[in-house]
Every structure is written in structure tokens, then in C-alpha cells.
Design a protein around this ligand. Structure first.
Ligand SMILES: Cc1ncc(C[n+]2csc(CCOP(=O)(O)OP(=O)(O)O)c2C)c(N)n1
Ligand SMILES: [Mg+2]
Length: 326
């Protein structure tokens, strides 16, 4: 284990664990509520990918922006979004972060710099590049963290965005969450080249592959990339090698992959287990402290679910509000 990993304070270690556990337990609960028929439409869970979201948020500044795909609950939570309003959004309630009108795929919290939640595969890459343009145009040193999947990495607009980002020196950190599958299609089957971090090379964009199942690896890579982008005003690309434990969405039985493959990730690469192992090896936090966090997180998730279930539906009058910008 690298020495730098020990540079966090005890409070920070506990906060990292709390954040990652919240994502895990929140998503498990969302899955249950979906099973009970309380969540309509699509619901793409983030379980397995927690180290990516939490590692990114810890490594960037609060004024930086984040934009992602429909697999957005985890990133919204790690960005500091309120668990109650996220759960209420999932249940389509008026107290939801998008007033119950966006649902699972369209979470937003502009105060926290979280720009959504986008359902069109790859579309957020162009929008994230636009956010980077805004950061530069307004003369800030903020960066735009723009996430997309392995499947989205084959989209044409990703490359149009790469070109303009490099040409105009835009401060954008492109992050591919390579979770091995795009719906039912594996990277192995769909991708002409497997090293997705090299995809920016012909545009002059440097890329790096990262162990996305390890919080410290994500944190260090994002920190380094963000510093580089701020210093040089230029895009950078990170490929996070990660894995989703659940199906593409709640309606996917995931028959295209072997159960043993999923079990292998859970047993040997789980981001929460490896973090706990690190804590035990280095004796930085105690078992009791972790247990207390587990109780705390359970309570937050329970309260969120109760809040969501007892909140009212949006009013009919809301049907036409927030549709167009005045
Ligand atoms: C332009 C477009 N094409 C197809 C779809 C249907 N679709 C939804 S998700 C998805 C797979 C994307 O996979 P990936 O980018 O790897 O993200 P992940 O779901 O693994 O997070 C597809 C093809 C869509 N929403 N938009
Ligand atoms: Mg994928």
C-alpha cells in the first residue's frame, strides 16, 4: 500500500467509508422499492462502481462540475445531493430533486455542481465539453468532469467533442466508466480496441487506465489529472476499469454473463471490502467506528425511503413548469 494513502486523517477515512457505504445501501434499497412497484420507468443501479464516484468527488474542487449518464444516483449522492430528495425523485414525488418529473435518469443539483443525469447515450459528453467551455469563458479555473460508459465511448459525438476540446484547450476531464458491458454487450464483443484510454490519442488527448474498484487509485488519478488540466488548460482522459454487479437496469436478468464472473468481482475486487481491508491492515479506524457508520447509513437510507413514500405526487399544474427556460 502506497504511503500517500495514509495521508488522510482518521475523520477523512471514516467519511470515505460512510460515502461509499451510503451509495451501496441506498442503491440496494432503491432496488427493493423498485421490486415493490414504487419506482416507475427505468432504474439503473450503480452497485459495484462506488469507488469511482466517491474517489472523483474527493479529488476535485467544490466549484468543479460533474455530468454523467442515466446511471446517476451514485454520482448525485457523492456530489452531495440530499438522499431524501434523490429517493423522492426515484419515486416520482414532488419533493424530489427534479420535482418528481425527472425520475431515476434525470437527477440534478446545480448548487452542488451536478449537471445530471442524461438518457441519450453519449449526449452528456458534448454537454460536458460545453460546461468546460463555460468554465474557460468565465475565466475560472474550474474543470468539467464528464463521465460516460464503455458503450458510449463508440459514439461519434465523443470524438467531435474531443476535437473541439483539444483545439480550444478546454478544461475537461473525460472519464470512461468501463464496467465491461453496454446493456447486454461486452466490451470484448463490441470494441475494436480494448484499451479505451487510448481513444483520445489521435486528438492529442493523453489517457490513462485506472483501477476503478479501488478508491485510492481513483482518487490519486483524478487528483493528478485535475491538476494537469488546471495547469495546462487542456483535456485529459481516464478509463476507470470497474464492474456493475446488477443488470443494466432493474428489468435486466443479465443472462449474457456468467454468475461466476459477478461472484469473482464481489469476492476479490469489491471496493468496500478492499477499503475495509486497508483499514484493518493499517489500523487507521476501528471495527466499532465502522459499525457505528453502518448504523448511521442504515438510518439515512430508511429515513429517505420513508420521506419518499410519504411525500405527495407532483401537482397537475406542474406539468408545464420547468419545460422551457424563460
Ligand atoms: C443514442 C442512444 N442509443 C442507444 C440507447 C439505448 N441504450 C441505453 S443504455 C445503453 C448502453 C450504454 O452502455 P455504457 O455506455 O457502457 O453505460 P453503462 O450502462 O454500462 O453505464 C444503450 C445502448 C440510448 N439511450 N441512446
Ligand atoms: Mg458500460
Amino acid at each position: 500500500m502506497k504511503k500517500e494513502n495514509l495521508s488522510f486523517t482518521k475523520e477523512e477515512f471514516l467519511a470515505i467509508y460512510r460515502e461509499m457505504l451510503l451509495l451501496r445501501r441506498f442503491e440496494e434499497n432503491a432496488g427493493q422499492l423498485y421490486g415493490m412497484g414504487l419506482i416507475g420507468g427505468f432504474c439503473h443501479l450503480y452497485i459495484g462502481q462506488e469507488a469511482v464516484a466517491v474517489g472523483i468527488k474527493r479529488a476535485i474542487k467544490n466549484t468543479d462540475t460533474i455530468i454523467t449518464s442515466y446511471r446517476d444516483h451514485g454520482l448525485m449522492l457523492s456530489a452531495g445531493g440530499c438522499p431524501k430528495s434523490i429517493m423522492a425523485e426515484l419515486l416520482g414525488k414532488s419533493t424530489g430533486c427534479s420535482k418528481g418529473k425527472g425520475g431515476s435518469m434525470h437527477m440534478f443539483d446545480l448548487e452542488k455542481g451536478f449537471y445530471g443525469g442524461h438518457g441519450i447515450v453519449g449526449a452528456q459528453v458534448s454537454l460536458g465539453t460545453g460546461l468546460a467551455f463555460a468554465h474557460k469563458y468565465k475565466d475560472t479555473d474550474n474543470i468539467s468532469v464528464t463521465l460516460y460508459g464503455d458503450g458510449a465511448s463508440h459514439q461519434g459525438q465523443v470524438y467531435e467533442s474531443f476535437n473541439i476540446a483539444k483545439l480550444w484547450g478546454l478544461p475537461v476531464l473525460y472519464i470512461i466508466e468501463n464496467n465491461e458491458y453496454a446493456m447486454g454487450t461486452s466490451v470484448e464483443r463490441a470494441s475494436s480496441t480494448k484499451e479505451l484510454y487510448k481513444r483520445g490519442e489521435s486528438f492529442g488527448i493523453t489517457g490513462k487506465q485506472v483501477d476503478g474498484m479501488n478508491f485510492f487509485a481513483v482518487y490519486e488519478a483524478v487528483k493528478e489529472a485535475a491538476d494537469f488540466i488546471r495547469k495546462n488548460s487542456t483535456p485529459f482522459l481516464l478509463e476507470m476499469k470497474t464492474y456493475r454487479y446488477r443488470g443494466h437496469s432493474m428489468s435486466d436478468p443479465a443472462k449474457y454473463r456468467a454468475k461466476e464472473e459477478v461472484e469473482e468481482y464481489k469476492a476479490h475486487h469489491d471496493p468496500l471490502t478492499s477499503l475495509k481491508e486497508f483499514f484493518a491492515q493499517n489500523q487507521v479506524v476501528s471495527e466499532e467506528e465502522l459499525k457505528a457508520i453502518e448504523v448511521e447509513v442504515k438510518e439515512i437510507v430508511k429515513e429517505s425511503a420513508e420521506f419518499a413514500q410519504t411525500s405527495p405526487e407532483p401537482d397537475e399544474e406542474e406539468l408545464y413548469t420547468n419545460v422551457y427556460k424563460d
